[in-house]
Design a protein around this ligand. Structure first.
Ligand SMILES: [Zn+2]
Ligand SMILES: [Zn+2]
Length: 119
């Protein structure tokens, strides 16, 4: 099992600032171990993601203290409208407005695979 470092590029839905989710594989389960502010940009299409796709069947759990580092939201969504490449924080109520493309969509389902970015 590859236990390397995996980061997920994410954007705060409230402030549109960037952050990274650190992903750790513990016993076959993916856990977000922490979230950290990121200064540089992860705009879709810029090709900053040079990681690889990982299977997350069974979902991704959130560790403790993994709130959005900018607005303190407690959950995250994977943005399908942007090709399933980017995470955004989600405050848990109502529809989610994508901080990347501005599209509003319903939140649902589970995250089955993600593209990590190597940092
Ligand atoms: Zn946020
Ligand atoms: Zn989007």
């Amino acid at each position: 099992m590859n236990d390397g470092l995996y980061f997920l590029a994410a954007k705060c839905s409230a402030t549109r600032n960037n952050f990274l989710l650190r992903l750790t594989n513990t016993g076959g389960k993916w856990v977000v171990s922490y979230a950290v502010k990121a200064g540089h940009s992860f705009e879709p299409g810029t090709g900053t993601s040079r990681g690889k796709a990982i299977e997350t069947r069974g979902g991704i759990s959130l560790g403790e203290d993994c709130n959005c580092p900018w607005c303190d939201a407690e959950s995250f969504v994977l943005c399908n409208c942007c090709g399933g490449k980017y995470f955004a924080c989600y405050d848990g109520c109502g529809n989610h407005r994508c901080p990347f493309c501005g599209k509003v969509s319903e939140v649902g389902g589970s995250i089955e695979s993600v593209n990590t970015s190597a940092e």
